[in-house]
Design a protein around this ligand. Structure first.
Ligand SMILES: [Zn+2]
Length: 265
């Protein structure tokens, strides 16, 4: 659907006169076809909601209050289109359309905000929720055991199950929003929080990420050495190293594939 084309038709502007850009007065309370109603909520910032069957079976969309401004008109049209799909049966095809519309909607919102010189909504730098308790493993317990066995309890860091679907475990430095203090955060792939994952495998990946804190990245001739010789030597000191690597290479990829299909682990 060409949103701007539709605007031109509806408001009788001449599409052949691009030197006079069409700036129709769009009411902020309804979509251009008049079928989807918009409501605004000051509590919302980065989410939109919809209610089905409000006007002759058409949905109502609840948008963040800042989207009432006229420059958000094209974004509201996408939201209306999204809501029409979101209230329908969730077939695989419909789900794909919904996902695409949501992503186009937020891309457009970011663009409109950037065009007005407003701050981006992106959550870069914000602290992710820290959730060490998984379904099968508690990462705080694993970390405590590794810390006392291999690091004389000297490592200070926090640990969480990762939110990323990609399946990688990683380590990052974060800032506590309250105290402003920096701390190390280890994020472990959810692929390890599985019924088929033995304790030695979780401990193996936690140990690996702990080593990244103990052995910082080395820069040699302009190259970053992340897993250098010393790192690999220390890594092999883990008592179940072979068993963990075996599990990591053979079972973890299967678990990640299951996660992508949203299957139980
Ligand atoms: Zn690593």
């Amino acid at each position: 659907m060409n949103l701007f084309g539709m605007q031109l038709d509806l408001f009788g502007n001449n599409a052949d006169a691009p030197q006079e850009p069409a700036k129709p007065k769009v009411p902020a309370s309804v979509s251009q076809n008049g079928l989807v109603h918009f409501k605004y909520n000051t509590q919302l910032k980065k989410s939109i909601r919809c209610k089905g069957g409000v006007l002759f079976g058409h949905p109502e969309v609840i948008l963040p209050a800042y989207m009432k401004d006229p420059e958000f008109a094209p974004a509201r049209e996408l939201a209306a289109e999204w809501a029409e799909h979101a209230v329908r049966r969730k077939t695989a095809k419909n789900k794909a359309i919904i996902k695409d519309l949501v992503s186009r909607f937020w891309t457009l919102v970011e663009q409109i905000l950037a065009d007005r010189g407003d701050e981006s909504l992106s959550s870069k730098g914000r602290l992710p929720p820290i959730k060490p308790q998984g379904k099968y493993h508690n990462l705080n317990d694993v970390l405590a055991a590794i810390n006392s066995t291999y690091f004389e309890d000297k490592l200070t860091c926090r640990i969480t199950w990762s939110n990323r679907v990609g399946g990688l475990s990683f380590h990052s430095v974060r800032q506590d929003p309250v105290t402003g203090e920096e701390f190390h955060l280890i994020s472990i792939s959810r692929g390890y929080d599985a019924a088929n994952c033995p304790e030695y495998a979780v401990a193996g990946v936690v140990y690996h990420e702990c080593l990244h804190i103990a052995i910082p990245v080395e820069v040699k001739n302009g190259r970053r050495i992340v897993h250098g010789r010393n790192f690999r030597r220390r890594e092999r000191q883990y008592i179940y190293y072979d068993e963990w690597i075996q599990w990591h290479n053979h079972v973890l990829p299967q678990n990640i594939r299951k996660m992508r299909r949203h299957a139980e682990l």
